[in-house]
Design a protein around this ligand. Sequence first.
Ligand SMILES: *[C@@H]1O[C@H](CO)[C@@H](O)[C@H](O)[C@H]1NC(C)=O
Ligand SMILES: *[C@@H]1O[C@H](CO)[C@@H](O)[C@H](O)[C@H]1NC(C)=O
Ligand SMILES: CC(=O)N[C@H]1CO[C@H](CO)[C@@H](O)[C@@H]1O
Ligand SMILES: [Zn+2]
Length: 979
Amino acid sequence: MRWLEIALCVFFIYNNVITANPTAQKEEEEKQPVKEEQQTLIADENDEKKVYDNYRLPLSITPDNYKLEIFTHLNDSEGFAFKGIVEITLTVHEFADNITLHAKNLTIPTMNIELRDVTENENVKIKSVELMPKHDFLIIYPQSILSKFRKYVVKIPFVGSLDTDLVGYYRSSYLDKAANKRIWLSVTQFEPIHAREAFPCFDEPEMKATFDISLAHHKMYNSLSNMPLKETKEVESVKDFVKNTFETSVKMSTYLVAYCVSDFEYKESVVKMKDDVKFRIYARRDAMEQVDYAAEIGPKVLKFYEDYFDIKYPLPKVDMIAVPDFAAGAMENWGLITYRETALLYQSNASTLSAKYRVAEVVAHELAHQWFGNLCTMKWWSDLWLNEGFATYVASLGVAHLHPEWKSLDEESVDNTLDIFKVDALKASHPVSVTIGHPNQISQIFDAISYSKGSVLIRMMHKFLGEKAFRFGVSNYLKKHAYANAEQDDLWHSLTASAHEEQSLPTSISVKDIMDTWTLQVGYPVIDVKRDYDTNSATITQSRYLSDRYTTRSDLDFCWWIPLTYTFGENRNFTSSSAQDWMTCNKNKETEEKKIENLPDSKHWAIFNIQLAGLYKIKYDADNYKLIVDTLNSDEFETIHVINRAQLIDDAMDLAWTGQQDYGIALDMINYLKQESEYIPWKAALDNLRIVNRLLIRSQLYGVFKAYIRHILKPIYAKVGGISKVPDQTQLASVKHQSMICAWSCRFDVGDCVKKSVEFFNNWMIETEPDHINPIPLNLRPVIYCTAIRLGNENHWKFLWQRYVNSNVGAEKSMIISALSCSREQWVLSRYLEWSLNSTLVRKQDASFVFSGIAREEIGFFLAKSFFFDRIDDIYQTLYPDTSRLSRYIKPLAEQMSTQKELTELKDLVSIKSKAFEKSSQGVRQALETVELNNQWKINNYLQLASRLNHMRMRNFDYEDEIAEENNEKKSATELSMA
Ligand SMILES: *[C@@H]1O[C@H](CO)[C@@H](O)[C@H](O)[C@H]1NC(C)=O
Ligand SMILES: *[C@@H]1O[C@H](CO)[C@@H](O)[C@H](O)[C@H]1NC(C)=O
Ligand SMILES: CC(=O)N[C@H]1CO[C@H](CO)[C@@H](O)[C@@H]1O
Ligand SMILES: [Zn+2]
């Protein structure tokens, strides 16, 4: 204790220091002998090679406890820096000649590193210390071999800078209204591998330990960490500093450690937990009125999980804090959960219902992690999907519990599944369970596959195992591996046991047999259902679904264990989604042809995959399609489950994309939407039509396509009440439905959508206090803002930008940021792109939203594209170090590219700037494939779709009328916006 204080008040001596900074370190690369140079242990070339290929820590030494003390200097004049000392108690499992741990971008005065043999109570001399920057390794060589029969403590002092890079221990700031000045705070973001940038540590999820954390800082601030405060003391050596010491933590992984120094205020939840878990929400002073919603739902959902998992939340408190600058949505640090403001704060007169849903969803997600991830952690990042998939799925149960009136469960499942149907149909997708070689790859797997596919697979399992087997299995798994680590096989093991006990799986089948085919393999299947109408039977085969119509054998060498569910037009029953039968797949990837008997006669359809309980598509024979289409277009369409109605559309559109089926079937199916008023089928249709829209927008077919879209939108626009109807604040699905239909209608000049939007906006602009009085219906603001900005001029833009600057609500700011990208003024957009790289105007966390918003617009696309190509280095610098976000830039561009020339341009850029794209290699591969697929689509599908649309046009809608009407509506809106 004593030596700690001394080391900290004497400013570090900077000779003989190692700067663990990868950029400044190039020349120093492999070794940095410090004292006695002569005896570095890496002598043998082969040895070095061996270590080199392996980025994992040796298992010979593991940490038991960290005593961590950090001094935080949050003052401009002292430089933004932190200084600390970590004292790690070690267990030696086999005789070792070195201690290898992680450190990155830290300055370490190696002379002051101390090693103590606690068993013998004596110091061990250190021979040398070296760094391997490529591995982020700090290697300490003691004079003598460490014995496995003794305990050691290593003490390492370090200094780091508090940057604004959003990872490690970083700084953020906000403008305090009353004081009218910028106030700084510091906070951590360690997942996946950034703890090493804040203190030297064994930064792997399996190296769990307990933590004793002390934070010293100026007394004007408060500090928080995972555990409750134990004591506060004045720091004698530094004027006006206090030191907060926190209780010893439970055993946990380094990526879950968190601390924060700020002047934030808090509100304690009034919803009390039985065991008196204290629940507090922290935010900047001006945002305190936005914390009530989180304070209300937090304890409720925590309680829900305690019952669901049958395990108590183990810590005495939960703090949730809204950080002004935050890279991800939120981070589940045990007991101190950090959020982006939009994911935690809710203000009833400024946040839309969707924004409220997001808060509920993210809070539920992070709290689910307290069990899934924190209590029981994946052994290694390859099983990240276990954490994320579970948290995502269980959160949807949590939200359904909080707000049954939202009916969000079905909708989220369908959303996730349809999403995955697209992403996972790419050859450049990846299995949910991935091998991680280079640490660069870790941040890339925080993607739709780990979250959404993970969640969809867990839902599938929940459905085929049944409620009881699923809950028992999961709860047993968590109990068995509490405070430890597990792999997916451990989960399969627990679930198999409970499934066999509950008899929801035949004893000959294990969960592992089934799930390995889903988690270890990329992609998903489409089943081909061929009915034999003479024998009333059906033959079913499976194959992998890929968006690319040109496949090789190895692309298709896959099979899955598929839970089959089905129902027939006769005695239709969409209630039960537990498996009625299985398609199997053995180790040699051989699958059987499945025969199903007792189908109805040729007058009745068969529909498979009830409620999308499994992750698979279905292709039917033409006769069965006809039966389904007839029912959909009859007044009995609602007897087909709403989720299946959505799925039928999505499958038909996808099968048409790959040429396995005619666009005629898809369009006949979509035709039924004229009588559909539910959100989910519409969403499925419009999401697919959006892709087609992107590919047609610059083609001569666009006129007909536009007329077609207007034709299908008109009735539903009237049905949802149009843009003037104030949505019912409690009905999530209907609010989403109305705003989606209005967004499309305004885009395609349907009804009074544009005219009314512009009117609304103009009325707002003449308010004397527009920041306080806004006549625009809250939930339609995203649509109305975008429409007004699209048709408006510079004044409209300036007005809305000012609202962005003045707004105190994160959700409102982010809504405005998107709407501002709808402009068609080229110079305004160019300036806006420029601003996205200026963090005083657009926060770094939001930069990619500005870009992708602009890139998705007709005119914006061209500007965004040249901006991306010209300014890639600047964009890289802005994103650094989290450059995996470049994927978010390249994706919206690729989605609209479809020529060979564009493909070549993109490929060239990626190869010339290979360093910039290093951490987004996966996003790049997916983008390139997308352009290629778009190209294929144009070559193969364009004419077919053109002929089908023309055919429909003759049967169903009057093209000339549509054009005339559209022009009228455009004209009156333009007049208005000029007024
Ligand atoms: C450090 O010790 C471990 C365990 O003895 C060994 O596997 C590893 O190669 C050593 N590392 C170096 C750089 O010598
Ligand atoms: C539909 O199936 C469920 C579950 O299998 C069953 O409980 C229910 O009675 C069935 N409904 C009808 C109308 O047959
Ligand atoms: C202590 C140290 O090496 N700090 C460096 C960490 O990285 C940032 C950005 O690369 C540098 O500016 C710091 O000097
Ligand atoms: Zn998560």
